[in-house]
Design a protein around this ligand. Structure first.
Ligand code: NAD
Length: 290
């Protein structure tokens, strides 16, 4: 397939590289990131999109996505698919999809989970919103870049699934960390705490697969001085998107709201920026009841 790829940073770079390795013809554009081997460099986003059957975007946020879409949509051939893999607000995803449809294109919102490791290994999970036909067109490409693509519904459904998942993740990480901090103060050994909780009703992905306590459970960023992994500021971005969506949809999400507030303090007023989001454990363990 002839593919345009806009935004070749930490995630987009390895994703585009995997498409090239699978034999697709990829033309890329990025304001600063270098092109991976085999990706032709275009002079603009519009030039990368010209003649492409599918254009992927992998950009920092919804405002940038909207700006890039304005450039790219008129350059794409009718019937082509614009597939955004960034994590953005649901409203931006829906607005871009509407513009694409009005221009005779199809659009998908297809945010991912799996991080840079998953992008490099081609094991991402895609959560996809948009029409069946466009999903069918892009599915073989999802299969190259990922291990699973779930068609979640109409435009915006992919972003909705992503932020709901990550709201659970943020809340659960804090719950796991504060339980370890309490266990410490009760004199309970962290390994014993893991042995019990990981096989009891308090288990979760954050405890069992990504344990925030160093030296406990499978290897995780906690074992590497909390080097990300999934950085606290990216967790904060997703929690804020969940709260923006909750406000727009009039949904009561008190735990998500509190998680967003705690990660805001950690990233903006303390030393959380640049650390893995599981570094909430040393933060909480060092604190006293307020
Ligand atoms: P990144 O900052 O490494 O990459 C974004 C790229 O977009 C950069 O190279 C930047 O130069 C480029 N860019 C910005 N504006 C542009 C424009 N107008 N035209 C062309 N290129 C432009 O970020 P990333 O880590 O690759 O993340 C990309 C998206 O994926 C984000 O929405 C993020 O939330 C999401 N995401 C990231 C991870 C992760 O672990 N890094 C995991 C899941 C989802």
């Amino acid at each position: 397939m002839k593919i345009g790829f806009i935004g070749l940073g930490n995630m987009g770079g390895p994703m585009a590289a995997n498409l090239v390795k699978a034999g697709h013809e990829v033309t890329g554009f990025d304001l600063s990131a270098p092109m991976p081997a085999g990706v032709a460099k275009a002079a603009s986003a519009a030039a990368a999109a010209q003649g492409a059957e599918v254009v992927f975007t992998m950009l920092p946020n919804g405002a940038i996505l909207r700006a890039v879409a304005v450039e790219v949509i008129p350059a794409m051939p009718k019937g082509a698919v614009l597939c955004d893999c960034s994590t953005v607000d649901v409203e931006s995803a829906r607005a871009v999809a509407e513009q694409a449809v009005a221009a005779g294109l199809a659009a998908l919102d297809a945010p991912v989970s799996g991080g840079v490791g998953g992008a490099t290994a081609g094991t991402l999970t895609f959560m996809v919103g948009g029409p069946d036909a466009a999903f069918a067109t892009v599915q073989p490409l999802f299969d190259i870049m990922g291990q699973k693509a779930v068609h979640c519904g109409a435009a915006g459904a992919g972003q909705a699934a992503k932020i709901c998942n990550n709201m659970i993740l943020g809340v659960t990480m804090i719950a796991t960390c504060e339980a370890f901090a309490l266990a410490d103060k009760l004199g309970l050994d962290r390994q014993k705490m893991f042995d019990v909780v990981s096989t009891s009703s308090g288990y979760s992905w954050t405890m069992n697969a990504y344990c925030p306590a160093p030296g406990v459970g499978p290897t995780s960023p906690a074992d590497n001085d909390y080097k990300p992994g999934f950085a606290a500021e990216l967790m904060l971005k997703d929690l804020r998107l969940s709260q923006q969506a909750a406000e727009a949809a009039d949904a009561d999400t008190p735990m998500g709201q509190l998680a967003a507030a705690l990660y805001t303090t950690f990233v903006e007023a303390e030393d959380g920026r640049g650390k893995d989001f599981s570094a909430m454990l040393p933060r909480l363990a060092a604190r006293h009841r307020g």
